[in-house]
Design a protein around this ligand. Sequence first.
Ligand SMILES: Cc1cc2nc3c(=O)[nH]c(=O)nc-3n(C[C@H](O)[C@H](O)[C@H](O)COP(=O)(O)O)c2cc1C
Length: 367
Amino acid sequence: MSKNPMQTKFCDLMGIEFPIIAFTHCKDVVASVVNAGGFAVLGEAMHTPDEISADIKWIRSRVGDKPFGIDLVLPASAPGADTLEKLLAGIPEEHKKFAQHIKEKYNVPEPKGAQALHQWGGLNQDIARGQIDVILDEKAPAFVSGLGSPEFMLKAAHERGMKVFGLIGKTRQAKRELEAGVDAIIAQGYDAAGHTGPIGTFSIVPEVAAIAGDVPVIAAGGVTHGRHLAAALCLGAAGVWTGTIWLACRESDNDMIIKEKLIEATSDDTVYSRSVSGFPMRVLKCPWTAEWAKPEAPKTLNSPYQMLLSSDYIQAANDHRRADLMFEAAGQGVAFVKSMKPARQIVFDMVEEALAAFEEITGELPE
Ligand SMILES: Cc1cc2nc3c(=O)[nH]c(=O)nc-3n(C[C@H](O)[C@H](O)[C@H](O)COP(=O)(O)O)c2cc1C
């Protein structure tokens, strides 16, 4: 094989060794993946501008000049700055009763946390704008928009030498963001953990690659093995964007109960449900998702109302560490999450597995 398939245009763009991008909420995972030669992005949608600033400084102290990114949900996707009382009053009685029925049926305890946490993480449009300002001020090496087009802040980011990536679930969204001038586009398929669209990874990636020209396309959704990385490169991607695979790694600050659930889970243990946030979201199956999937359940509410409704259940489950109730976002590739490996090892294993897959096909190893 005359060319190393791991040396992609995304690696060239970011000056990194391996085309593996970690999405994580854990700073230690970011530092480990970046220091292992990959790229990592910290999800900060639920954090205040001060916390984001501190996190960026912390990561810089661990990775030096190596690049990393920060991921947010953009203001247009966030709810308005209404009070919690006003938002709660917007939830219909029928839905409150159904949530109460679930609470009684599964003996869900009261959450221990402060009520202020029982919101869409407290995120609203004002906070989202403050978050963007601090990322621009800190000149984070890369900014990623997890929901909503980053068009409006592209110029400001580029003036500061930052890169901007958009995450999309439909080809028309990719077209719009590519025309606006994003530096890379993450094509996320139905297999993915968290909020995701209805199109499969196998379909969306080559479709976006066909219109992206020289802009790197990053494949997301169900990538948990080197075979997925090899396949993504064959589909026209210049790298993979991964979430689930880091949730049970050694550095991850996830609860051990969740880590164990993920290690035991197979692709059949995830569900695509609007019951958590009001947007379609892939998570591990749990009593909350099962009840809302029943024919007698009311139709789920739009964001942020459904999240307000689910947040008591989620917080109670986590506060009391009730394994029977707890769940996490997880993608369909979860079956390959088999142990609590260090993040660095996950990067190296994925590269090795991908190269082995190429060798299996071509009979050659890259130079
Ligand atoms: C626990 C968890 C939370 C997530 N939250 C966000 C988020 O806040 N913003 C975002 O852009 N993507 C979020 N995602 C989705 C990831 O960015 C990524 O697209 C997805 O995990 C890829 O699919 P995979 O998990 O099958 O690798 C989340 C994923 C997980 C596992």
